[in-house]
Write a protein that binds this ligand. Structure first.
Ligand code: OAD
Length: 271
């Protein structure tokens, strides 16, 4: 594991990423921290410091008190819509556009990676974004998409939700059941197709860049191990140590908004 000045470690990590055939980037809430989106486990500001997951982010909680669950998600949806991608999101977006051997696997439901990719694609019209969008895997869903709690209906939706009574909550156009945020709740299975694609990409990659995750929620936290088992290297960007740190060849103890633009810079040279 490389230690030393962040700039030296960053340079070595950059070179490893430049040389790699196949790069997987795994992100967590820390990547959006510089945009002002609270993380889950921060000891002072973390979302799970103020709310118990089982009161708000489980199917049982939604059955018991959908207005309470929707109040929390309405607040988070508005907070996310008021935020903007930060330099870390833009660096990843450019990397995805320029490297067609790169795959992003994110645990974040805030949509900031997708917004950054849309903006960067518009700026760099010549490259188009269709391939890059397909290489962006949302493991835990998307807070700005609603899905039916009974049938398969889904819709993109940024509207405020009136949580004053169950009758005012959004309901399904097809079957009339309540709509819910299209995010994965505790006790629910992840989309198997998305999960398989993430593990396959990680197993193929020569470098797994892990940024802004506490690496305690599985199966997401096991994805970098697939790269390590295939003989690849792990680069970790996180101001704090995590359970993954001991597996990482390079640890960059900085915020993602600062470190990612630096270590993913010069991407034109790879293409
Ligand atoms: P956590 O809140 O568990 O961890 C955030 C990580 O980001 C911590 O390790 C911080 O040290 C780090 N961090 C904070 N600021 C940072 C910055 N500026 N740059 C880089 N890193 C920074 O969030 P996740 O690991 O994403 O799941 O949590 C994983 C899952 O747990 C979430 O997707 C969510 C939650 O329960 C579901 O809702 C299913």
């Amino acid at each position: 594991m490389a230690e030393g000045r962040p700039s030296d470690v960053g340079l070595e990590a950059t070179q490893a990423i430049r040389r790699a055939r196949g790069v997987v980037i795994l992100t967590g809430a820390g990547v959006s921290a510089d945009s002002g989106v609270p993380t889950f486990r921060d000891p002072v500001e973390g979302l799970w410091k103020h709310y118990r997951p089982e009161d708000l982010a489980t199917p049982g909680a939604f059955q018991r008190d959908p207005c309470l669950v929707w109040s929390w998600y309405d607040m988070r949806r508005q907070a996310v819509l008021d935020c903007h991608p930060n330099p870390g999101h833009y660096a990843i977006a450019r990397f995805l556009l320029h490297r067609n051997d790169a795959v992003l696997v994110t645990q974040n439901v805030d949509g900031l990676h997708a917004r950054a990719l849309e903006e960067v694609s518009t700026q760099e019209k010549a490259r188009g974004s269709s391939g890059a969008q397909d290489r962006m895997l949302h493991l835990h869903g998307d807070i700005l998409t609603l899905r039916c709690s009974r049938c398969s209906y889904r819709e993109r939706n940024r509207d405020r939700v009136d949580t004053s009574s169950e009758a005012t909550l959004p309901s399904c156009r097809t079957c009339g059941a309540l709509l819910r945020p299209a995010v994965v709740w505790f006790g629910e299975m992840l989309d198997q197709g998305v999960l398989n694609a993430a593990f396959e990409a990680a197993a193929r990659a020569q470098v797994c860049l892990v940024a802004g995750t506490s690496a305690v929620v599985h199966p997401a936290a096991s994805i970098p191990q697939a790269t390590a088992q295939g003989g690849g290297s792990i680069v970790e960007v996180n101001p704090e140590e995590t359970p993954l740190s001991r597996l990482a060849q390079w640890q960059i103890r900085e915020g993602a908004g600062v470190a990612l633009p630096r270590i993913l810079s010069g991407v034109d040279e790879y293409s």
